[in-house]
Design a protein around this ligand. Structure first.
Ligand code: LMR
Length: 394
């Protein structure tokens, strides 16, 4: 049987991670996978996470199964974090999932179950695993223009024009904030225009929010999601705690299915629980319980918010430092967009050949589409990167 297997395409982000590990050079710089590193190059366990784990270790009396949807207190805490009070609780079905990827996968499975004819419109570019999962599930994907190669900002006119090609019932995949891979984001009036287009076309938004708190702040980063969720008849939201709680390996995510129809919630909730049961039964609990402990305790929550804010400001500082250094080296402000982008990533907007050249000549590891993980930089590596960008003639 196994001889029938064919090699599957490698995930380019994970392949790069391995290449970096295998590179013996001391001065190599890892700007690949989206993981935050502090000034010492360490991905720390956040203080509030340590404290919550300590508390759990002392107080947890059982590891027996939770429900198929996970602990309801986790869903409640996350719904409040992401949506505030934008949507009434009885409109929301929610399940814990293994990470944001688990939520994305379950969301697409739900789409396929509910409407096998639906196509999913994805930004060009988007996180490669979105496209990979959709392909694996046999769901048709349609790219929509998103990134303006000249300005490195959102090509909003192109986006709207392409989304006008969607039919009622099609899904529009949106990044809640901190667009991955570009770092270019919609402003509030653009979100408003997207809402209008969704409602006019009968399109169903699915929002992937994996970086809340990494862009303009916890509340600010959720503003677009809240606007959409409170203004459309139906939507899906896939959320991740990997980055903003720094619990990458704990696989902590949440999927919400929101319907304004009075009686839809119960069936949506049962369907999401069913999908959990088919795929992995009970979702992982440890990370979810840590998050719940933090979000429901005033002191832990305040400390978590303070540390997250430090991370956000550190990334903004690195963006500015890199933009300034490139300005100094080139005498032009054509890299100013790096300081305008938000979140972990910026798309440099150059060719795979030049990305490869920077890897070979300078040990700079960025994804082939020229996505930089800003959070992988520090004060020492910024000038190295700036020099590599200029040397390569980007
Ligand atoms: C990334 O885009 O680098 C992260 O979301 C990690 C991943 O799983 O790809």
């Amino acid at each position: 049987m196994f001889e029938n297997l064919k090699p599957q395409p490698a995930d380019k982000i994970l392949a790069l991670m391995q290449m970096y590990r295998d590179d013996p050079r001391q001065e190599k710089v890892d700007l690949g996978v989206g993981v935050y590193k502090n000034a010492e190059g360490v991905t720390p366990v956040m203080r509030a996470v340590k404290a919550a784990e300590h508390r759990l270790w002392e107080q947890q009396t059982t590891k027996a199964y939770t429900g198929l949807a996970g602990d309801p207190a986790y869903a409640d805490a996350m719904i409040e974090l992401i949506l505030g009070n934008a949507v009434e609780q009885d409109k929301i079905a929610a399940v814990a999932t293994p990470g944001g990827t688990g939520a994305v996968r379950q969301a697409f499975e739900l789409v396929r179950m509910a409407n096998p004819a639906a196509r999913v419109f994805v930004s060009d570019p988007t996180w490669p695993n979105h496209v990979s999962i959709l392909k694996y599930l046999g769901i048709e994907t349609v790219p929509y223009r998103y990134f303006d190669a000249e300005t490195r900002a959102v090509d909003f006119d192109g986006m709207i024009e392409d989304l006008k090609g969607a039919k009622a019932g099609d899904i529009v995949l949106l990044h809640g904030c901190c667009h991955n891979p570009t770092g270019a984001n919609l402003n509030q009036s653009q979100w408003q225009a997207v809402v209008e287009l969704l409602n006019q076309g009968g399109l169903i938004p699915m929002i992937d929010i994996a970086y809340q708190g990494f862009g303009d702040g916890l509340e600010e980063d959720a503003a677009g999601v809240r606007m959409v969720a409170s203004s459309v008849p139906e939507c899906l939201i896939a959320a991740s705690c990997s980055k903003n709680f720094g619990i990458y390996r704990e696989r902590t995510g949440l999927l919400m299915a929101i319907s304004q129809q009075g009686d839809a919630q119960a069936l949506n909730q049962k369907t999401l629980a069913f999908l959990n049961r088919q795929n992995y039964s009970f979702p992982p609990d440890h990370g979810a319980r840590v998050v719940t402990t933090i979000l429901t305790d005033d002191a832990l929550r305040a400390d978590w918010k303070a540390e997250l804010e430090d991370v956000r400001l550190a990334m903004l500082g690195l963006r500015q430092q890199l933009a300034d250094e490139l300005q100094r080296l080139t005498g032009s402000d054509r890299f100013g967009f790096i300081a305008q982008h938000r979140g972990m990533f910026s798309l440099l907007g150059t060719t795979p050949e030049l990305v490869e050249q920077m890897r070979v000549d300078h040990g700079i590891y960025m994804v082939g589409d020229s996505r930089l993980n800003i959070a992988g930089l520090n004060a020492q590596s910024v000038p190295i990167l700036a020099k590599a960008i200029v040397d390569a003639g980007v």
